[in-house]
Design a protein. Structure first.
Length: 202
């Protein structure tokens, strides 16, 4: 999710308003917090992303994010508790991850985290976009160098098997949800090609 992006006010019963956000924060984060404003993020909408400005009793403002599971979509199957565990495991590993504060359910599962400073890449100069791409590559390399077992995130599956399972999952979503054929994407998801890439990486 991109912190610092322009956002629009929450509207309608399906949204999250300040009363909803205050109830979430007081129950799951800090009983003294009060939500002053809530806006829906314009990006990161594979899940619902709500930017919350809250205030504690001492007057200190807190910039937070409530990330709620979308009712449908390609990532509706993902798990906020698992996301919380991954974010906490990555804390202090030299990656720009927010502090994950809590999970709960408000109509649907949600995760509360701190909001990191930043701005949308689209507002950057070409030089800054190039620098951001290089920085992102460095972060990805650092992420892939970590051992899931040391992070407490290991599964019984090998890295290759887990990668293939993930790709196959997205292939099923592509086959079932596509409005029309996308030949390049279909080719990229094809089993022989994926297997060769995984074998080369492993």
């Amino acid at each position: 999710m991109v912190a610092g992006a322009a956002a629009h006010p929450a509207q309608g019963a399906v949204g999250v308003n300040t009363s909803d956000a205050t109830a979430i924060l007081r129950e799951h984060v800090d009983a003294g917090l009060e939500a002053l404003s809530v806006t829906r993020g314009p990006v990161g909408n594979s899940q619902e992303t709500w930017f919350v400005t809250a205030r504690s009793p001492d007057g200190v403002a807190h910039e937070l994010v409530v990330r709620r599971t979308a009712p449908a979509g390609v990532l509706a199957w993902t798990d906020r508790e698992r996301e919380l565990a991954v974010l906490r495991a990555l804390a202090g590993r030299g990656l720009p991850v927010p502090a994950a504060l809590a999970v709960g359910v408000a109509e649907r599962s949600f995760l509360v985290m701190e909001r990191l400073p930043g701005s949308p890449p689209g507002r950057l100069s070409p030089e800054d976009r190039t620098a951001l791409g290089r920085e992102l590559g460095t972060w990805l390399a650092r992420l892939h160098a970590l051992d899931p077992r040391e992070l407490g995130l290991a599964t019984e599956a090998s890295a290759a098997d887990a990668t293939l399972a993930q790709v196959h999952h997205y292939e099923q979503l592509y086959r079932s949800a596509r409005a029309g054929a996308v030949p390049l994407l279909g080719a990229l998801l094809a089993d022989p090609l994926v297997a060769r890439v995984v074998d080369a990486a492993g």
